[in-house]
Design a protein around this ligand. Structure first.
Ligand code: MRU
Length: 368
């Protein structure tokens, strides 16, 4: 059964594949083979993810068969990025119950609640689980319920891809020929079901024939910038230079950055933006140097029910992510560390927010 998606214009069939490195074309003309974070087989209802913990050294896919495996993949960042974890949770829910003839509503509700809490900051996750919960409460039971859940999850996948393409179309206008774009963490193909959020305008500008260079901040402590963004862009043939997070302000001062473009995990009603830790520092530095600070995110990342950044829950992660790097001890094993996964950039430092609906400029006031 294929999804019937209501909110947006979507491709008639879902471009899905189980190939290890999917090379199917996405909705925006990108001149390279795109790597996908999620591979969904709609016929067998199986979900495979690219295990992002191993990049760039190894390109390994894993099938997620149970709620335990889906939750662990999200919490360990095997699958990551706000839009991707929402879609992965929805597809993973369906995959986990696919072999049950009559899925129990009680078990489905419990699984949805668990997955919704797997990571607290990215609102896409709880938003996607709320949509799946509505299906559980409204559809008839038995096999039709699983069909309805599969349809909704496939809808989420297709919508996300479509929103990424729209962000690319709108955001490309912000990227001039020759632009040097600084980004943080990874908000590209591997963080979404499509061509990304922050990287979507880059892909779209390159597809339009513009020369674009990306400076990828390495993004301590888990190095999504150097491990994932640099790998993704390098593979796409887009010039990318890695810098440590502590080099960003100096590069701005040296005149080597034209704009900053990042993703978001949650955008509050007043335009405050939660994104990967280090984003706030980039915003302060960009403001000091008179550089535009753009945020790109789909509608699913905007949380109009959260009034401002102070109300956004910030995920705190294990101390050893900072104290250790692989087998190496980087700090004494007993020393205390701070390890918030995200920070909040006040709306006053955000030049514009690129969404699938267009470019929004201050004053921000998002409503439902
Ligand atoms: O901890 P991560 O790797 O999931 O953090 C991801 C980010 O902070 C991204 O910038 C954000 O989710 C947007 S992804 C399109």
């Amino acid at each position: 059964m294929r999804a019937t998606c209501h909110p947006r214009t979507l491709p008639p069939t879902l471009p899905l594949s189980l190939s290890p490195l999917c090379t199917l074309p996405l909705s925006t003309p990108v001149h390279h083979a795109v790597v996908r974070a999620l591979h969904w087989n709609a016929d067998s209802r199986t979900l495979r993810i690219l295990d992002q913990r191993l990049l760039p050294a190894e390109v390994v896919e894993r099938e997620l068969r149970t709620i335990d495996e889906v939750e662990a993949a999200i919490q360990s960042l095997a699958v990551r990025g706000a839009p991707a974890i929402g879609v992965a949770a929805a597809l993973g829910l369906v995959a986990s119950f696919a072999r049950e003839a009559v899925p129990s509503r009680v078990a489905l509700r419990a699984a949805i609640d668990r997955l919704a809490q797997a990571r607290p900051t990215a609102v896409n996750l709880s938003w996607a689980m709320a949509r799946m919960r509505r299906v559980v409460e409204s559809a008839v039971g038995g096999a039709p319920l699983l069909d309805a859940l599969a349809a909704e999850a496939e809808c989420l996948l297709a919508e996300d891809e479509s929103m990424c393409a729209a962000i690319g179309r709108h955001g490309a206008a912000l990227i001039a020929d020759g632009a040097r774009v600084m980004t943080h963490c990874n908000a590209g193909t591997l963080a979404t079901s499509g061509i990304g959020t922050a990287l979507a305008p880059v892909y779209a500008a390159v597809a339009a024939g513009r020369r674009v260079e990306v400076i990828a901040c390495e993004t301590r402590p888990l190095l999504q910038g150097s491990r994932i963004t640099a790998w993704e862009l390098d593979r796409a043939g887009i010039p990318v230079t890695v810098c440590t997070d502590s080099m960003a302000a100096a590069l701005m001062r040296a005149g080597r950055v034209d704009l900053v473009l990042v993703g978001a995990d949650r955008i509050a009603a007043n335009g405050d933006v939660a994104n990967k830790i280090g984003t706030y520092a980039l915003a302060v530095a960009a403001s000091h140097h008179g550089l535009p600070m753009y945020v790109a995110a789909p509608s699913s990342t905007i949380d109009a029910q959260t009034p401002d950044g102070a109300a956004i829950p910030i995920e705190q992660r294990a101390a050893d992510e900072v104290r250790r790097l692989g087998d190496r001890q980087l700090a004494p094993a007993t020393v205390a560390v701070h390890n918030p996964a995200f920070d909040v950039t006040p709306a006053a430092l955000v030049t514009a927010i690129v969404t699938d609906a267009g470019i929004v400029r201050p004053p921000y006031h998002f409503t439902q």
